[in-house]
Design a protein around this ligand. Structure first.
Ligand SMILES: Cc1cc2nc3c(=O)[nH]c(=O)nc-3n(C[C@H](O)[C@H](O)[C@H](O)COP(=O)(O)OP(=O)(O)OC[C@H]3O[C@@H](n4cnc5c(N)ncnc54)[C@H](O)[C@@H]3O)c2cc1C
Length: 388
């Protein structure tokens, strides 16, 4: 039996990359992680204090086993590091009984998710600050809650380092080349050989791999924080996170120790970003307006103006599912990108899938909707792709 350790580069130590580095280092690989900025910086997809974790999944019920793997890995990372990353305080799915809410019901039935349909009159009594509408289906998912994203990226990265991974912060990778039986990564004026490369560059994915450009559109996503008029009104113990799918698309999480709410808007309101290096992180008044209107219409318990607005970025695919696997098959490059606004909770599973590909050339942890080949079949890579 060969005892040679596989040498694996992880490019981009954000959400998926930090988890891939941790999983690879745990499983015995020699890992080098490259990050163009500092570890857990706030310039891309993984910042803003909180992310929803949920299991009754409106995107597709087939995610439920991946979500349960993710939950087990979140708990493992917490145990290994003594860090509190995931709080299961519930999530409410709200909306008309549309196809998306049908997926929620299918998830519950098919995978026995701990969730219940709550009659509207009961919901109004239990959660008076939630914006319910006549005709809403209300589902309380108890296998749900919220994650601490910056802490999670830091914890996974430094856990990987404690297991032997090299972390190279402020080191942008500018090229990947397949040659001489290996994959060569160039950064900082030199090129190094690896057995496998995991590309987790998030919104920058198409800069390093231009063949991803037709698959992933980068959009700006704004979060806004509002303060409650009454102290403690949004304590997570009594106010679960929520996602509304119809007639508008928005979501919220308790913030400021229960004294406020963080809100996000989904859908076309999130504007395309042509170049991720040129994201305008200021939020003009016209982009704040829909948040003020939402609060005026739906959250009378909040003061009307946000006390903080922050802009992030995310890569979206046409069908709303990530691109997770090998491009063109078999050439030693695994990508995890285009996570389409719902990738944080699943990141440890994506890290495990990337480790499966790097160490064994395939994964039994993935599902067909994530397969990159669903969009196009790409030829094996034989050329260098420098940053454009
Ligand atoms: C506002 C907002 C709210 C969200 N809410 C939720 C939620 O509630 N629940 C949920 O599950 N998901 C949520 N998501 C989605 C989730 O946060 C993203 O899917 C996830 O963070 C994307 O991870 P990523 O690894 O693809 O990208 P990132 O986390 O951005 O990581 C990419 C990393 O690669 C680095 N990089 C790029 N190019 C290079 C290079 N050439 N060399 C070296 N490093 C490079 C970047 O600097 C970055 O650190 C939300 C997203 C946003 C924006």
């Amino acid at each position: 039996m060969s005892t040679t350790r596989k040498r694996v580069a992880v490019i981009g130590l954000g959400t998926a990359g930090s988890m891939a580095a941790w999983r690879l280092a745990s499983r015995g690989a020699e890992v080098v992680g490259y990050e163009q900025f500092g570890i857990a910086h706030d310039r891309s997809a993984h910042a803003g204090e909180s992310r929803i974790f949920r299991t009754a999944y409106f995107e597709d019920p087939e995610y439920v086993p991946l979500l349960r793997t993710a939950k087990a890995l979140w708990r493992q990372l917490e145990r290994e590091t003594g860090t509190d990353l995931l709080t299961l305080a519930g999530n409410l799915m709200l909306g008309e009984a549309s196809s998306q809410m049908a997926n929620v019901s299918d998830s519950i039935v098919k995978f026995d998710v701990d969730a219940s349909i709550i009659p509207l009159d009961e919901a109004l009594t239990r959660w008076p600050h939630h914006p319910f509408h006549e005709g809403d289906a209300v589902v309380l998912d108890r296998e749900a809650g919220y994650l601490r994203p910056e802490l999670a990226v830091l914890t996974a990265s430094y856990r990987a380092e404690s297991l032997g991974a090299q972390l190279r912060a402020y080191t942008p990778v500018d090229g990947i080349e397949v040659k001489d039986g290996g994959i060569w990564v160039s950064a900082d004026g030199r090129s190094e050989r690896f057995d496998h490369v995991v590309v987790t560059t998030g919104p920058w994915a198409a800069k390093l791999l231009p063949e991803l450009a037709p698959l992933v559109e980068v959009r700006k996503a704004v979060s806004a924080w509002f303060v409650a008029k009454e102290r403690g009104a949004f304590d997570p113990a009594g106010f679960p996170c929520f996602i509304r799918t119809t007639p508008e698309e928005f979501y919220g999480l308790p913030a400021m120790s229960g004294n406020g709410l963080k809100l996000g808007l989904s859908g076309t309101v999130n504007l395309p970003v042509g170049d991720p290096d040129a994201l305008d992180r200021t939020v003009p008044i016209e982009e704040v307006k829909p948040f003020r209107e939402l609060v005026a219409d739906s959250f009378p318990a909040l003061y009307p103006d946000p006390v903080r607005v922050s802009a992030y970025m995310e890569g979206y695919t046409r069908d709303g599912h990530g691109v997770v696997g090998q491009l063109g098959g078999g050439e030693g490059i695994t990508v995890v990108t285009g996570l389409s606004g719902h990738g944080f909770k699943l990141a440890p599973t994506f890290g495990e899938i990337a480790a499966d590909y790097a160490l064994h050339g395939g994964s039994t942890n993935t599902i067909p909707v994530l397969n990159p080949d669903r969009f196009l079949s790409l030829p094996a890579r034989q050329r260098t792709n420098d940053v454009m």
